[in-house]
Design a protein around this ligand. Structure first.
Ligand SMILES: Cc1cc2nc3c(=O)[nH]c(=O)nc-3n(C[C@H](O)[C@H](O)[C@H](O)COP(=O)(O)OP(=O)(O)OC[C@H]3O[C@@H](n4cnc5c(N)ncnc54)[C@H](O)[C@@H]3O)c2cc1C
Ligand SMILES: NC(=O)c1ccc[n+]([C@@H]2O[C@H](COP(=O)([O-])OP(=O)(O)OC[C@H]3O[C@@H](n4cnc5c(N)ncnc54)[C@H](OP(=O)(O)O)[C@@H]3O)[C@@H](O)[C@H]2O)c1
Ligand SMILES: Cc1cc2nc3c(=O)[nH]c(=O)nc-3n(C[C@H](O)[C@H](O)[C@H](O)COP(=O)(O)O)c2cc1C
Length: 628
């Protein structure tokens, strides 16, 4: 492949690109876009797979935001770009004209911390691209989240951009108190508004249902799934509502353990109506709208606020607020900066601006993240703020689908039956905050409302566990506390099906499953199934840590320590594989520690050699983690 063509002009243009699996890196990219726009760069934001290598050189500067997923991999929407960038035909130095800055999002509880970012950064510099500042990286485990490192890094980036791309004499950056014009605005589809406004009032009055509407969503790659059952698997006396959600998708859609199903949440009518009322939008809530360019400078190819929409898509404020905008999410700093433009109340304006000041990071945290205050609540509290509905999509972020690990294995007869059954284990998020308010998870609240027979739109994605049929010749050590048991159940059944298919002989080693829950009586998921599988002769041993059945906490890592001789035998002597799934946080690191200790004591290794052994397992794909 020839080197990408150089930039045609020296115009002040910034390209912001992102690779994101669940939307956080995309939020960071939007923020980078605003920083560049304020420095008067003509700015485009796009996902990495939407651009070609040539486009990198057609901009003065490229700003990158990328998360790491799977086992140190790049997100799905950057894989195509990554393949092009890795092409052996690209000559060293071919990107020497590219100036860039990059920010990675990762989690130190994963062994390959920020690997996607580091791989991308290294490849770009190997091809001659020159960074304009040190790369930045965030850690999900940081108490202040992404902002903990993004804020200082983006301040440095802004200085570097101003130094290296100075503005012409007499031109200043666009100050924070000046509103940036979005590329797209909402507008009425036709001018026949009065008639429609009257109609819309009727719709509002009738709209008294308590659950979100059950119309299907138009999502690229979407499948229609019918809810077969939605059963609570914990007793009603237990504080945590956990559901086994079974879905049927027509036709054959093969999947393997580790694959995930994405469910797209909808907001509840009471919340949507409340927001419409607070903003005084009720009379226009049901009038057909579409996106129109805010100025002739907006290219028709420019990304719309709702990615799969086009400028001919018709929608209403109510459908936007119900299906597409995350009105129940915790607002980001930039949200407050935007709101400040839409109030004439000086006191509220000052208070909103305080939240945007990096010096008041603690105040912002105390007001938003700690009590988990939602966008809707902020708008209720700052009641003088009235957002023009035309700008709605540039102020409220889009709602993201939530991924759930598939808990079932594909029935070998599914292809013939032309139907795919998918089972999920979902913990319904509901808790009290420090300000004693009850909060509910956006998606799991919706999941709890789903009724048998209802149809929803879902997407099916490859997961990062990389399970293969060949692995049935080796034992596995599975660690899956809480809902982390979901992919382990899938793996256990899949191994059973694969073994039956290939009429495997006994490999002389048993699989080990470490499960952790609170009480034997409340959340020991699939207890009867494990016993049944063992009765059928499946070589599986189950070790359960009940954390709250006795005074002392007992966790999965304690049981791994107790079973360390067997764990060592399975992994070191029989080339076994470790799978770790469930809540991120301290559990994965604690398991890692327990394994290192097992290698030390049973393999007679010192600490460094035991760590090296684990690192070698990771490298060869024998240590796999998927935590959330
Ligand atoms: C690859 C993958 C697989 C997954 N598999 C599963 C699965 O099999 N089963 C499953 O249940 N989930 C799974 N998840 C998690 C799932 O995607 C959602 O994140 C989860 O269901 C919450 O979504 P929500 O929209 O209901 O909550 P949100 O509205 O997104 O709120 C969640 C947030 O609420 C906060 N929160 C939750 N509980 C508390 C608390 N007690 N106190 C204070 N704050 C709290 C946390 O900050 C949390 O991030 C998986 C995630 C990934 C990435
Ligand atoms: N209020 C709470 O107590 C609380 C805490 C976290 C999550 N949640 C909710 O639970 C939902 C998902 O939870 P889940 O059921 O999948 O499982 P989970 O919260 O991960 O809990 C599963 C088991 O893991 C234990 N555990 C906690 N910390 C651990 C650690 N460092 N190492 C090993 N094990 C540890 C838990 O014990 P203990 O809980 O007894 O410590 C529990 O027995 C979340 O969405 C959230 O809403 C609630
Ligand atoms: C399934 C899964 C796998 C992950 N793998 C890694 C990893 O290997 N290394 C890492 O540093 N972070 C890893 N993370 C953490 C994410 O990079 C981090 O949560 C990030 O903020 C997600 O950004 P996104 O929403 O833009 O995808 C993983 C997260 C999930 C849910």
């Amino acid at each position: 492949m020839a080197a990408p063509a150089p930039a045609p002009s020296s115009a002040r243009r910034a390209l912001v690109v992102y690779g994101s699996e669940t939307g956080t890196a995309q939020d960071v990219a939007e923020e980078l876009g605003r920083i560049a726009a304020r420095l008067r760069f003509d700015t485009e934001v796009a996902e990495l797979d939407a651009i070609g290598l040539n486009q990198l050189l057609q901009h003065s500067v490229v700003l990158i935001s990328i998360s790491t997923t799977g086992q140190g991999e790049l997100p799905a929407n950057s894989q195509k770009f990554w393949r092009a960038l890795r092409s052996a035909r690209l000559r060293p130095g071919c990107l020497h004209q590219l100036r860039f800055a990059s920010f990675g999002l990762g989690d130190t509880s994963y062994p390959k911390f920020n690997w996607a970012h580091r791989k991308l950064y290294n490849r770009l510099t190997q091809l001659g691209a020159r960074p304009i500042c040190d790369r930045g990286e965030s850690d999900e485990q940081h108490p202040e989240g992404v902002d903990g490192s993004f804020l200082p890094w983006s301040t440095t980036l802004r200085h570097r951009l101003l130094e290296q791309y100075p503005l012409p004499e007499g031109t200043e950056p666009i100050p924070d108190d000046v509103l940036l014009e979005p590329k797209w605005l909402l507008d009425f589809v036709d001018d026949n508004r009065q008639h429609r406004e009257a109609e819309s009032d009727k719709v509002v009055q009738n709209d008294a249902e308590e659950v979100p509407p059950d119309n299907l969503l138009d999502i690229p790659g979407g499948l229609t799934a019918s809810i077969a059952s939605n059963d609570r698997v914990t007793p009603t006396s237990h504080w945590q509502d956990v559901r086994q959600l079974n879905l049927d998708v027509s036709d054959y859609h093969p999947y393997i353990p580790g694959d995930v199903l994405t469910i797209y949440p909808k907001n509840f009518p009471t919340d949507v109506n409340e927001l419409l009322s607070v903003m005084k939008w009720t009379s226009v809530a049901d009038i057909p709208l579409r996106f129109t360019p805010s100025s002739p400078a907006t290219l028709p190819t420019s990304r719309l606020p709702i990615p799969h929409f086009t400028s001919t898509t018709t929608l209403t404020l109510r459908t936007l607020l119900t299906n597409h905008l995350d009105i129940m999410s915790i607002p980001r700093r930039s949200f407050f900066a935007q709101l400040a433009h839409f109030t004439s109340d000086e006191f509220q304006k000052q208070r909103l601006l305080e939240f945007t000041d990096p010096e008041y990071i603690d105040e912002l945290y105390d007001y938003t993240s700690r009590p988990r205050r939602s966008i809707l609540e902020v708008l209720q509290e700052f009641e003088t703020v009235k957002i023009p509905w035309q700008r709605l999509c540039s102020i409220i972020p889009t709602v993201r689908g939530r991924q759930f690990s598939i808990a079932s294995a594909l029935d070998p007869a599914a292809e013939a039956k032309k139907q795919t059954r998918i089972e999920l284990l979902i913990a319904i998020v509901k808790y009290k905050t420090v300000i004693k308010r009850i909060r509910q998870g956006v998606c799991t609240r919706y999941v709890a409302s789903l009724r048998p027979g209802q149809r929803i739109t879902v997407t099916l994605q490859k997961g990062g566990l990389g399970v293969t049929k060949k692995e049935t010749e080796r034992p596995v050590v599975m660690v899956g506390p809480g809902t982390g048991i979901a992919p382990m159940r899938a793996l256990t059944y899949q191994r059973k099906f694969w073994r039956e298919e290939s009429q495997h002989k006994d490999i002389g080693a048993r699989d080990m499953l470490f499960f952790g829950c609170r009480n034997a009586e409340s959340d020991y998921y699939f207890k009867d199934e494990w016993a049944q599988l063992q009765k059928e002769g499946i070589p599986l041993d189950v070790f359960v840590a009940f954390s709250r059945d006795q005074r002392e906490k007992v966790y999965v890592q304690d049981l791994v320590r107790q079973q360390s001789a067997r764990v060592y035998e399975a992994l070191a002597k029989r080339d076994g594989i470790v799978y770790i799934c469930g809540s991120s946080g301290r559990m994965p690191q604690a398991i890692r520690e327990a394994l290192i200790e097992a290698f030390q004591s049973h393999g007679n290794l010192d600490r460094t050699a035991a760590e090296a052994y684990l690192a070698a397992m990771e490298k060869s794909g024998r240590y796999k983690q998927e935590t959330w």
